[in-house]
Write a protein that binds this ligand. Structure first.
Ligand code: G6P
Ligand code: MG
Length: 215
């Protein structure tokens, strides 16, 4: 029986995906990597900052040292933080707060399970913190989705077993991570049909069958 729900953040609760894309694109342009596309960016959904950088560098015409890579990842994050400065409640996806409040009222424990190290800042700026019981994020983990680490951390913080948790995700890596961690998944977002989740809906606010999913 499901007792807790672990939500990915970017693309599930908030719309940060375009900002991630713009920040990576700015870096790619500076490095004169011309082939970085939105399709590459789709593969960056859900995966850590360093793993996302590797996707950008696939099309580079030279090899970068670990030290250079660390500098590039930090540079991208600074561009992303510039964009986040203007972030407020309007970045929360449609009816997310209402859905979270409804699930809380029904007695479910709610957590975030995000690869992002910026998750606490984003939750604060968007006013989502009061809706959540626990936060698992990139600051708690060493392995990137599709490794289940961040979801297992979130489940542990909720004091639930993996089988008692449902994961809500918009990325293929995240759905894979949920399965690897022994958790059922609900796939949402623009690519929901491609995710092979246990349940699916275009957006959180469009889920019709919560009773079936949470049984
Ligand atoms: C989320 C996004 C990814 C991003 C990752 C790390 O999972 O979907 O695109 O790479 O977080 O984010 P960060 O904010 O730590 O760079
Ligand atoms: Mg996501």
């Amino acid at each position: 029986m499901i007792k807790g729900i672990i939500f990915d953040l970017d693309g599930v609760l908030v719309s940060t995906d375009e900002m991630h894309y713009l920040a990576w694109k700015r870096l790619a342009d500076e490095l004169q990597i011309t082939g970085f596309t939105r399709e590459d960016n789709r593969r960056q959904r859900g995966v850590s900052r360093m793993a996302s950088l590797e996707i950008v560098l696939e099309k580079a015409d030279r090899v970068y040292t670990e030290e250079e890579k660390a500098e590039l990842a930090e540079r991208k994050n600074n561009y992303y933080l510039e964009l986040l400065e203007h972030m407020d409640e309007s970045a929360v996806l449609k009816n997310v707060k209402e859905v979270l409040a409804g699930l809380k009222e029904r007695g479910f424990l709610l957590a975030v399970g995000s690869a992002s190290k910026n998750a606490p800042v984003i939750l604060e700026k968007t006013g989502l913190l009061p809706y959540l019981d626990k936060i698992g994020c990139g600051l708690d983990t060493t392995k990137s989705k599709p490794d289940p680490e961040v979801f297992l951390v979130a489940a542990r913080k909720l004091e639930l077993s993996p089988g008692q948790c449902l994961v809500v995700e918009d990325s293929a890596a995240g759905i894979e991570a949920a399965a690897a961690g022994g958790m059922k998944s609900l796939g949402v977002g623009p690519f929901y049909r491609l995710l092979h989740a246990d349940y699916e809906a275009p957006m959180l606010c469009e889920v019709q069958n919560w009773d079936e999913i949470l049984k």
